[in-house]
Design a protein around this ligand. Structure first.
Ligand code: PGA
Length: 241
């Protein structure tokens, strides 16, 4: 695990953007794993800026998002389809058919999960996976207790995640309780992983995943076993490390 300690959110975004751009330019048909949430917004802003400046193109890139809520239509403002379109996809030249987000409205959710997993494999696997981290140490929607070898599946959100995400909804009861999420096993197959963290609310989780025991109770702790992980986190997130 390489740890890049940065001052603040802006620097976290810039540093991750630099690595992303390097991979985008050096891999012929790059495959990226993408995250949502507040954390990677600055990264997407930086990538869009570079695209608009003519420095990069996503024409040959494929992306797979980590997760999507079950039951939110694609045009719902809190769906991850909406988030990705508004913040990233509609501003760049990625081919629509190459930008994948799990379909949380699929009639057969289990078939959707299997197909998603298969699509990732058929693409040749993820070259660079971007991750955020939950206050409880979750990655994607793999909550504490999720199996380390899990594949893309329908998962239940923990109470802690529901509370953390309620800030985006009218109230706690509007937060969907289930999602489709890449599994930890899926994530661990990525050739390279960048985990981003900003702010004091992530400090306990960061301490646990860097120095703690590797346990399914702290999903991101498994990253200690991955051979190419870079953590880019700010002072506040690393204040207990
Ligand atoms: P956040 O969410 O980026 O909004 O903090 C991260 C996560 O829950 O994985």
């Amino acid at each position: 695990m390489e740890i890049i300690r940065v001052e603040n959110y802006e620097e976290m975004s810039t540093r991750s953007c630099e690595i992303f751009v390097k991979r985008l330019k050096s891999i012929e048909f790059p495959v990226f794993g993408l995250a949502t949430g507040s954390t990677p917004m600055g990264l997407y802003r930086c990538l869009v800026k570079k695209f608009q400046a003519g420095e990069i193109s996503f024409k040959y890139a494929t992306t797979f998002n980590l997760d999507e809520y079950i039951g939110l239509p694609k045009d719902h403002e809190q769906s991850y389809h909406y988030y990705m379109n508004e913040l990233f996809f509609r501003h760049i030249d990625i081919l629509k058919e190459n930008a994948h987000v799990p379909n949380g409205m699929a009639e057969d959710l289990h078939a959707e999960c299997e197909q998603y997993e298969r699509l990732i494999e058929e693409s040749g696997g993820i070259d660079l996976q971007i991750l955020g981290i939950g206050e409880n140490g979750h990655i994607a929607f793999n909550e504490p207790g999720s199996p380390f070898n899990g594949k893309t599946a329908v998962v239940n959100l923990s109470e802690s995640t529901l509370k953390a995400n309620a800030r985006f909804f009218k109230n706690l009861y509007e937060v969907p309780t289930r999602a489709i999420s890449m599994g930890i096993g899926t994530i661990m197959k990525a050739k390279e992983i960048i985990l981003l963290a900003s702010g004091g609310t992530k400090a306990v989780a960061m301490k646990k995943i860097i120095h703690g025991e590797i346990t399914e109770d702290v999903p991101a702790s498994i990253l200690q076993k991955h051979k190419h992980v870079t953590i880019i986190a700010d002072e506040a997130a690393l204040s207990k490390v």
